[in-house]
Structures are given as structure tokens and as C-alpha cells.
Design a protein around this ligand. Structure first.
Ligand SMILES: *[C@@H]1O[C@H](CO)[C@@H](O)[C@H](O)[C@H]1NC(C)=O
Ligand SMILES: *[C@@H]1O[C@H](CO)[C@@H](O)[C@H](O)[C@H]1NC(C)=O
Ligand SMILES: *[C@@H]1O[C@H](CO)[C@@H](O)[C@H](O)[C@H]1NC(C)=O
Ligand SMILES: *[C@@H]1O[C@H](CO)[C@@H](O)[C@H](O)[C@H]1NC(C)=O
Length: 457
């Protein structure tokens, strides 16, 4: 009896079945972390929440696209066809993918990543978390940093930015990265930084920023309201009085790195960005919006990071983060006190103007990024959740998690392939400050005696 099936066909079928099984496994694995979960606001980011929910309906979610993709792959297997192209994570259907995928493989046309940037650090705007992430990027690429003097944490803040507050690695006159707190001076920075340089900063809703400052800088205690449950309300009920009490020289010993006669509550963010009291506020705001390539709005933290990634041509791995320096303060001063907010707004009007303009420009930009932005945001959320879980498991010494090799993410239209292992988890935790302190001590050639004085500031 003749066999009805040609052996070569059997072999082809066997290979296809194997490929299909491998594909199914990959897709099922991917689907568990790109799953159609509702967006939640607790991304392990403590007090900063991504407040805007961009739920565009389950039907278009990555998860369900994944399953449709899977269905198509199954159907394709039922017909005799040339072997399928390598598996890719699904692209957004709404996108014009033409420019992004070259040929049939996953080599995408990406610009070179940007490697010279200034992050103008604005206090209590998730800036410690952002700084750690950017520092990790710079250290992993061996970029040159503009560093504070040994044992200092600021680049002279709140004094005007000057060369004497900066240490450069030996042989470098134009560094690639500047992250530490200073007062913005574009003329100075343009002369200093390697070109072309990207300028980034971050802002936070001013009333929430004030609440965070109030707790972090111990303002109740230092202004003489310690122990009072209504300290926040009382401070706001007479801002000129308590603010000047906080700044007064007789309270100096209790303040940490805040000099005499410096207000931490009045247009704080604007003054870090170079605003001088009495200056035309509208002109100032317009110049800041025009000057910066991107102003992150930390009330919308995940959106901010995806915008940053797109601007810098970076990968998902570069924008992973762990939260830092998050103050715990009671919800008592929560934002549901519009009366108190108006008092603060009257006291600190330039910050409100600046925030409103930056927030509006932020959302215009998100809209300009097109529908693929949402998909990318969703993928990034799932991804960061997954990584956090995995890193936590590794830290707990979870045998199952630790025994595996580095977890590899396939290349997709938003990011080249990358892997995450125990070493990467450690790097996410280590803010890199010690390494830069080491470099600063190594490179510092100035008078060591000049380093005495108030430590760290
Ligand atoms: C980043 O990539 C985009 C396209 O992906 C490109 O248009 C842009 O020039 C790149 N930027 C840099 C600085 O290479
Ligand atoms: C800003 O920097 C420039 C160049 O170093 C300097 O001439 C100018 O005085 C600085 N401005 C302020 C306000 O410090
Ligand atoms: C701060 O203000 C007080 C009172 O107005 C004044 O005596 C003191 O010299 C000022 N200190 C500084 C560092 O400007
Ligand atoms: C930021 O802008 C968006 C879009 O206009 C708006 O919905 C949101 O309320 C603004 N956020 C704040 C905190 O003002």
C-alpha cells in the first residue's frame, strides 16, 4: 500500500507544528503580562499618581489584539504557505506602521539615542526618582557628568549657577549630563554642555508640591507650629508671618540646607527655573515653555516617561524606575481644600501660571503623539509592573525567580530587545550617587580647605 502523504510534507508539517507550539507558548507568556488589565493608579509610585485614565475600551487592548493575532496565526497555519515571519509583539492597529518596520524582520528604523541632557531638578516634583533614572542611563553609557563638589549635594543652589560649584571629570570641558540641583541659567548651561543638548525639567501641581515641601522640610516644627494638628491650615492663615519665621536666622540650625531669608513656599519651582521676584511672569512662563524640550508633569508620571523615551530615542529599559525620597505625610492637607489652595495661589502665583501653561502644553503634546502613544503607555505600565514584581521576588530571594536566567523581552515596535536580570534590579535600586561622589573626589583639583563649611550644602 502506498503511503498517501509524502515524507517531506510530514517533515514540513512537523516543523510547522513545532514552530506553532513555540509561538503559542511565547504568545501565551507575553499575553499574561500584556494582558487586558484595567489601568490602575497604584504603579508603586507612592504619592505621585497617574491621574488620567486612558481606557479606550477592551476591544482595542493589547491583550485582545494579541488573541486576534494568535487567531490569524492559527488560520495561516491551516493553509500551505511559506513559513511565517518571526514573531513580533503586536503593533497598534491604528498606527501607520509603515515607517517603523523594515522588511519582514524586527530591525526597526530608530534614531540614535540622545546622550547629552540637562535635567533641571525642581524639588519635590518626583525629581529624585527621575534623577536616579537619568543617572543610571548616564553611568551605564559612561557619559561625563557635571558633578557637585565632593560631599556636596547641590550645584550651588540656591545661589546662581557658577563654574566654581561644578566638578568635571579630568580632561572634560563640556560634559554630557547635568542632573543636580541648581538655579537655571540657559546662557551658562549652553556654554557648558556638550552639544546638541536636550533640556528637561519636571513640574508638579503647585499645591501638592507645597504640601510635600511642607512635610519634607519640616515647616510646621521650624516655624513654631510643631505638634499642632492644624499646623498646615495655620501656616496658610498667615503666610507672611510663618514663612518669615521659617526663614529667620534664629531657626537656621533646624533647617536642612536651606539658607537664611530664602522662601521655600513662594514661587519655588519658578525661582529654581531662574525667575526673579518682580520679573514679568507671563514673559518668564513663555520663555520656560519655549526653552525646554520637555517639561515632565509628575502628576502624570507614566505619560511623562513615555514622552521622555520618545524624545530621547531611548528604550523601555532606560525609563524603568523605582520611587525615591517619597515623603509620608498625612492626607489631612489633601487637595480637597480649594480655599487653602487659593490662599497658596495668591502667595505663589507664578508657579500656578507656569504649571498651567506647562500642563496644557504637555497634553497638547500627548495628543500630537497620536494613538500609538496610548498603546505604548499601556505596554510600559504592564512592563514596569512586571519588572517590579520580578525584582521584588529576586530581592526576597525567591528561589524560583532567582534560578531563572535574565528575562528577555523581544524587540517590538516601541523598544529594541533587552533583558532584565538580578544585576539590573540592583541597578534600579542603586541611585548611583556614591559612584559620582567617587568620580567627583577623583577629579576635584580645587582647594580642599574650601570644602569645609556646612556639610552637604
Ligand atoms: C530619533 O528618532 C527619530 C525617528 O525614530 C528621528 O527622526 C530623530 O532624528 C532621532 N533623533 C536623534 C537625535 O537621533
Ligand atoms: C548666567 O550665566 C551667564 C554666563 O555665565 C552670566 O554672565 C550671567 O551673569 C548669569 N546670570 C545670572 C542671573 O546669574
Ligand atoms: C536675613 O534677614 C535678616 C533680617 O531681615 C538680616 O538681619 C540678615 O542679615 C539676613 N541674612 C542674610 C544671610 O541675608
Ligand atoms: C492638566 O491638563 C489637563 C488637560 O487640559 C486637565 O484635564 C487637567 O485637569 C490638568 N491638571 C491639573 C492638575 O490642572
Amino acid at each position: 500500500m502506498r503511503c498517501c502523504v509524502h515524507p517531506a510534507a510530514v517533515k514540513r508539517l512537523a516543523i510547522r507544528s513545532l514552530l506553532l507550539l513555540a509561538g503559542l507558548w511565547l504568545l501565551a507568556t507575553a499575553a499574561t503580562w500584556f494582558g487586558n488589565q484595567p489601568d490602575d493608579s497604584a504603579h508603586g509610585y507612592g504619592e505621585v499618581h497617574d491621574a488620567v485614565d486612558h481606557n479606550n475600551g477592551g476591544g482595542n487592548s493589547v491583550g485582545s489584539r494579541m488573541w486576534r493575532f494568535l487567531g490569524a496565526a492559527l488560520r495561516a497555519q491551516l493553509q500551505p504557505r511559506p513559513p511565517p515571519p518571526p514573531l513580533l509583539l503586536p503593533d497598534s492597529e491604528e498606527d501607520d506602521a509603515a515607517g517603523d518596520v523594515e522588511g519582514s524582520n524586527n530591525k526597526r528604523r530608530r534614531g540614535a539615542e540622545r546622550q547629552s541632557f540637562v535635567y533641571l531638578k525642581v524639588i519635590k516634583s518626583a525629581s529624585e526618582t527621575i534623577t536616579s533614572m537619568l543617572r543610571r542611563f548616564g553611568l551605564s553609557r559612561h557619559l561625563s557628568f557635571a558633578m557637585p563638589l565632593p560631599n556636596k549635594i547641590y550645584l550651588g543652589w540656591p545661589n546662581p549657577l557658577r563654574q566654581e560649584y561644578i566638578v568635571l571629570p579630568s580632561g572634560v570641558s563640556h560634559p554630557s549630563v547635568l542632573l543636580d540641583q541648581c538655579v537655571y541659567n540657559r546662557t551658562f548651561l549652553d556654554g557648558l554642555m556638550a552639544k546638541p543638548c536636550v533640556y528637561i525639567t519636571s513640574l508638579r501641581e503647585p499645591f501638592r508640591q507645597f504640601q510635600s515641601l511642607f512635610a519634607y522640610y519640616n515647616m510646621a516644627e521650624i516655624s513654631g507650629l510643631g505638634g499642632r494638628p492644624d499646623a498646615f491650615e495655620t501656616y496658610l492663615s498667615d503666610l507672611p508671618r510663618y514663612d518669615s519665621e521659617y526663614q529667620s536666622p534664629r531657626r537656621a540650625a533646624k533647617r536642612y540646607c536651606v539658607p537664611d531669608n530664602y522662601s521655600l513656599t513662594k514661587n519655588t519651582m519658578s525661582r529654581i527655573l531662574g525667575y526673579v521676584e518682580g520679573q514679568d511672569a507671563d514673559k518668564f512662563v513663555a520663555s520656560i515653555i519655549a526653552d525646554f524640550d520637555l517639561i515632565l508633569i509628575t502628576d502624570y508620571f507614566m505619560h511623562s516617561l513615555v514622552l521622555l523615551k520618545r524624545l530621547m530615542n531611548w528604550s523601555f529599559k532606560d525609563i524603568l524606575f523605582v520611587s525615591r525620597n517619597i515623603g509620608r505625610y498625612p492626607r489631612m492637607m489633601a487637595a480637597h481644600r480649594p480655599d487653602l489652595m487659593r490662599v497658596h495661589q495668591a502667595w505663589s502665583p507664578v508657579d500656578y501660571k507656569l504649571y498651567q501653561a506647562a500642563n496644557a502644553s504637555f497634553w497638547r503634546r500627548v495628543a500630537q503623539e497620536g494613538p500609538s502613544f496610548r498603546t505604548e503607555l499601556r505596554v510600559f505600565r504592564s512592563l514596569s509592573k512586571f519588572i517590579r514584581r520580578r525584582c521584588r521576588a529576586l530581592e526576597r530571594g525567591d528561589a524560583a525567580a532567582a534560578s531563572g536566567n535574565d528575562f528577555t523581552f523581544l524587540a517590538n515596535r516601541w523598544s529594541p530587545a533587552f533583558s532584565i536580570g538580578p544585576m539590573d534590579c540592583r541597578r534600579l535600586r542603586d541611585a548611583g550617587i556614591n559612584e559620582l561622589q567617587r568620580q567627583s573626589r577623583l577629579a576635584y583639583t580645587g582647594d580642599k580647605a574650601a570644602l569645609t563649611g556646612y556639610p552637604y550644602c
